[in-house]
Design a protein around this ligand. Structure first.
Ligand code: ZN
Ligand code: ZN
Length: 283
């Protein structure tokens, strides 16, 4: 009986702010996974990620959102390609602000069923065994497992924490970025679309708040432009770079040279060049 009661009340008993802090950390990892893995790495190829880091983010998204990489990437690329037209999956200029703000995830789910979108815009996304047999095939299993984990660790309050986790992306990404990010805020660049920077400090939504900057330099690894702007996603990418777990490919429209690869190629080809020159000279 005691064991059952122990199970029902969870392993950890925290103060109220402890639960808030844990929930915030969990949702922050999810938002980091969206901005670093789905958006900057998969959709725009602005950065390379070490396979282990890339897979961690993919696993975490399966566990906390049920998002399928190919669907998210395809819908997002289509947004850039067809921005503010009737074919834009979530334009507040076409569909109305409240529709996108309140029903952003509904619009997402509807577009995810469009196989033409997935075929046309979902290229170069994972198709390995685990993607086909687990992440894509059982996309909702992960969030079910997360519910069990939250309940086992924190008891009944774990269900509330799980609900916040589930609401985080629909509210912040689908609602605030897709809705407010094309409606309210300031602009650094006169892009053809109506994108706006929701806030100059991108922390709670991983730097995605700087949406006008993103539409100006869509394949840039860094979303802040001005000195006073802050992009926490960029900070995490720089930290990953220190440990050779990420590499920046594009920065504000500039291609970044991979000197490590250039050096490797030089050492690889140098003996061949010498041999070739010697051969030519000796003949
Ligand atoms: Zn946009
Ligand atoms: Zn984008």
């Amino acid at each position: 009986m005691d064991q059952l009661l122990e199970f029902l009340t969870g392993v950890y008993h925290l103060s109220w702010w402890g639960y808030v802090a844990v929930t915030f950390v969990l949702t922050h990892i999810t938002i980091a996974s969206v901005t670093i893995y789905l958006h900057r790495h998969q959709a725009h190829r602005a950065i390379e990620l070490h396979p282990k880091v890339s897979h961690f983010f993919r696993f975490w998204l399966w566990l906390t959102t049920g998002i399928v990489t190919k669907e998210w990437v395809a819908i997002h690329r289509k947004h850039h390609a067809k921005v503010e037209t009737v074919n834009d999956p979530h334009s507040p200029q076409v569909l109305g602000f409240w529709k996108v703000f309140l029903s952003g995830s509904e619009l997402y789910r509807k577009e995810a069923l469009n196989t033409t979108t997935l075929e046309n815009y979902g290229e170069n996304t994972p198709v390995d065994w685990i993607e086909r047999n687990l992440y894509s095939r059982h996309s909702y299993l992960g969030i079910g497992i997360m519910l069990v984990i939250d309940f086992a660790l924190f008891g009944p309050i774990g269900i509330t924490m799980w609900a916040v986790q589930m609401a985080w992306i629909p509210v912040t990404a689908a609602g605030i970025i897709n809705g407010v990010g094309h409606y309210l805020g300031y602009r650094n660049s006169e892009t053809k679309d109506t994108s706006r920077n929701v806030l100059p400090w991108g922390f709670f939504i991983g730097g995605e708040e700087l949406h006008n900057n993103h539409h100006r330099f869509w394949n840039s690894a860094k979303l802040s432009i001005r000195r006073y702007e802050f992009d926490v996603g960029w900070l995490y990418i720089r930290i990953l770079e220190i440990f050779a777990l990420a590499r920046v490919k594009y920065l504000h429209g500039r291609k970044i040279v991979d000197w490590v690869r250039v050096k490797k190629l030089r050492y690889l080809y140098f003996p061949i060049i010498v041999k070739y020159q010697f051969g030519v000279g000796g003949s």
